[in-house]
Design a protein around this ligand. Structure first.
Ligand code: ATP
Ligand code: MG
Length: 142
């Protein structure tokens, strides 16, 4: 078994639409265990640091402004093949291209307000989890 941890973020549009429970239920239903979770509001500095790889992209300002516009839920998911499995459950970045029943098909409003974030590799997952959580806040079973 390839046990992994990955970072999910429930973005402000999904949190404000009362879809936190639906999204958490979906993760648990797909055997991704919640190893850590907090609801917070990101500062501009924290959001900019998280998305630093997109700093030069034309949508960077819009992305940071959206991510700081409301509550987010930061979640460490743990399970078999968690990074790829979470990406599958999320669907394509653009909800117009997302497969049926993916979280983005169900809950995204647009390519910007696309409901969830998920780490795109094990290396990103490690960086992103450490960016938001202290080691002692994550309960790992492996
Ligand atoms: P995420 O990193 O949020 O899980 P992703 O890996 O599918 O999404 P990235 O290419 O990493 O997509 O882009 C990061 C985020 O930037 C996207 O989730 C989306 O919210 C936003 N974004 C990407 N492309 C655009 C765009 N063309 N216009 C506006 N926002 C965009
Ligand atoms: Mg990404």
């Amino acid at each position: 078994m390839k046990m992994e941890r990955t970072l999910s973020i429930i973005k402000p549009n999904a949190a404000l639409d009362n879809n936190i429970g639906n999204i958490v239920k979906r993760f648990e239903g797909e055997n991704l265990r919640i190893a850590a979770m907090k609801l917070t509001v990101l500062s501009k500095e924290k959001a900019e640091g998280f998305y630093i790889e997109h700093k030069e992209r034309p949508f960077f300002g819009e992305l940071v402004s959206f991510m700081t516009s409301g509550p987010v839920v930061l979640i460490v998911l743990e399970g078999e093949n968690a990074v790829e499995k979470n990406r599958e459950i999320m669907g394509a970045t653009n909800p117009a291209e997302a497969a049926e029943n993916t979280l983005r098909k169900l809950y995204a409003k647009s390519i910007g307000e696309n409901a969830v974030h998920g780490s795109d590799s094990l290396a990103s997952a490690d960086r992103e989890i450490n960016y938001f959580f202290d080691k002692n806040e994550v309960f790992s079973r492996f």
